[in-house]
Write a protein that binds this ligand. Structure first.
Ligand code: BES
Ligand code: MN
Ligand code: ZN
Length: 498
């Protein structure tokens, strides 16, 4: 999909389709008003005749007579003007993308960017167009053997702006939106792939492919021998029951001077989580192919950052392996020595995410990072707490928490702060090792995060538990690509702040 910003305040651009809006009381959007005057007021009459109520998300496609600049107009219901904000604007765009997909139009001009939207400036209004239309064009990499659906006809979307200054801003927004979407698509593709395809080896190859595509990225892979040499005992314990070889994946993006401390993103890359010897219940075990969503999202973020050429340094560290039961698998009561030197009693082999992450977080120290953010589908308890709507943020730095929450608001990829603390660490007491890997049912997302905190210590660190947000179950089963939009926004602001 190609995105362009054009100067067209009077809706005169030639296009297959013009996308305009009508509010609930019948008042027309700016673009609709201009087109209406080109065609003798046909659109304006639709409300009075009862043919179009302007309800948010309603759509109506009208072919236009000669004399109009565009061949068709797609009218989108915008709801109440007073309540037209970020959410409503997104919903209107989603309706537009969906309805346009059912038309023969190959190019369209979106005039909704000319509307006032509460809390959204020109940049974000354009950015959202690129994001919504890209998400709509996303196809799951399925292995269905039937005839493939035809490629979508729509290949070019322009957004209208008032003047050349706005057009420049909108173009930047479109560029950002396209980059975010490209990162989201990568994350979704990886997470949607079946676990016999998306193995740790495969993830490593995809990370290498990113380095090949972008000179700003270098990728280093460690196999089991390399991970042993590093002494990542907790990571090794998780992989030891699997026949798939593990990978520690390290990607470095250089967008700033070498002396600038990097931001480090750490991803949980469990390509299948059976639970290990503490085997999960069979129903819905298939969903545990999504347990590498953290890894997928940090790779997606890396791709977006490279596309945007952000002036920051970024390091991505992914600990990837399977969690499987076998005669050689780690057992409840085994004690392992982590890279940090601390010992962990593995009371439940299904709490494997924190085991691979604690070593990956410790590993990130060698980059002397300014900030470390780990991303993981870490706990079912997080889904109980926040559902599918908010990712959890736990951090030892209030400023960092606020930055991440604000990025989530701007990117429409919300997160909510949850606590860590000594109280939760107390739940992780072990009689035989420095710490146990589980701490009971109560506050499960917080004990998991507090476990990681014991390894992050003095680092400026945050943990994103995306167990509820990275994928959806049910009829829409599949990866969402979250929290790529949040992370990219966070990094965009970090880049700006310098
Ligand atoms: N990958 C799971 C968490 C998970 C569960 C993500 C459901 C998405 C949906 C994680 O490895 C896990 O199994 N966690 C356990 C921890 C428990 C044993 C303390 C859990 O949440 O049940
Ligand atoms: Mn598990
Ligand atoms: Zn897991």
């Amino acid at each position: 999909m190609e995105f362009k910003a054009i100067v067209d305040a009077k809706a005169r651009a030639r296009a297959d389709c013009a996308v305009v809006g009508m509010y609930e009381r019948g008042d027309l959007s700016v673009g609709a008003g201009h087109i209406d005057s080109q065609i003798g007021g046909l659109i304006g009459k639709l409300h009075g005749s009862g043919d179009f109520a302007g309800k948010l998300g309603d759509t109506l496609l009208l072919p236009l007579p000669r004399g109009a600049a565009s061949a068709r107009v797609l009218l989108i219901g915008l709801g109440a003007r007073s309540g037209f904000g970020r959410k409503q604007y997104r919903k209107a765009l989603q309706a537009a993308a969906q309805a346009l997909g059912r038309t023969g139009a190959t190019d369209a001009v979106v005039y909704l960017t000319l509307e006032e939207v509460a809390d959204l400036d020109t940049l974000y209004r354009a950015r959202m167009v690129a994001e919504v239309f890209s998400v709509h064009a996303y196809k799951v990499p399925d292995l269905k053997t039937g005839t493939k659906p035809k490629a979508p006809r729509l290949t070019s979307v322009s957004v209208a702006t008032d003047d050349s200054r706005d057009a420049k801003t909108a173009a930047a927004g479109l560029h950002t939106g396209a980059a975010v979407s490209s990162g989201v698509s990568l994350a979704r593709d990886l997470a949607n792939l079946p676990p016999n395809v998306c193995t740790p080896t495969y993830l490593g190859k995809r990370a290498q492919a990113l380095a090949k595509q972008w000179p700003s990225i270098t990728t280093k892979l460690f196999d089991e021998r390399g991970i042993k040499a590093l002494k990542m005992g907790a990571f090794l314990a998780v992989t030891q029951g699997s026949v798939q070889p593990p990978r520690l994946i390290v990607c470095e993006y250089r967008g700033a001077k070498k002396s600038v401390p990097p931001i480090c993103l750490v991803g949980k890359g469990i390509t299948f989580d059976s639970g290990g010897i503490s085997l999960k219940d069979p129903p819905a075990m298939d969903e545990m192919k999504f347990d590498m969503s953290g890894a997928a999202s940090v790779l997606g973020t890396l791709r977006a950052v490279a596309e945007l050429r952000l002036p920051i340094n970024l390091v991505v560290v992914i600990a990837s392996c399977e969690n499987m039961p076998s005669g050689g698998a780690v057992k409840p009561a085994d004690i392992v020595t982590t890279l940090s030197g601390q010992t962990v009693e593995v009371l439940n082999t299904d709490a494997e995410g924190r085991l691979v992450l604690c070593d990956a977080i410790t590993y990130s120290r060698r980059f002397k990072p300014a900030t470390v953010v780990d991303v993981a589908t870490l706990t079912g308890a997080c889904i109980v707490a926040l559902g599918n709507h908010f990712s959890a943020v736990m951090s030892n730095d209030d400023g960092l928490t606020q930055e991440l929450l604000a990025a989530g608001v701007r990117a429409d990829d919300r997160a909510w702060s949850m606590p860590i603390g000594d109280e939760y660490v107390d739940q992780l007491k072990s009689n035989f090792a420095d710490i146990a890997n589980v701490g009971g049912r109560e506050g499960g997302a917080c004990t998991a995060a507090s476990f990681l905190w014991k390894f992050a210590k003095d680092l400026k660190w945050a943990h994103l538990d995306v167990a509820g947000t990275a994928w959806l179950g049910g009829a829409n089963k599949g990866s969402t690509g979250r929290p790529v939009p949040l992370l990219v926004d966070f990094l965009l602001h970090r880049a700006d702040a310098k």
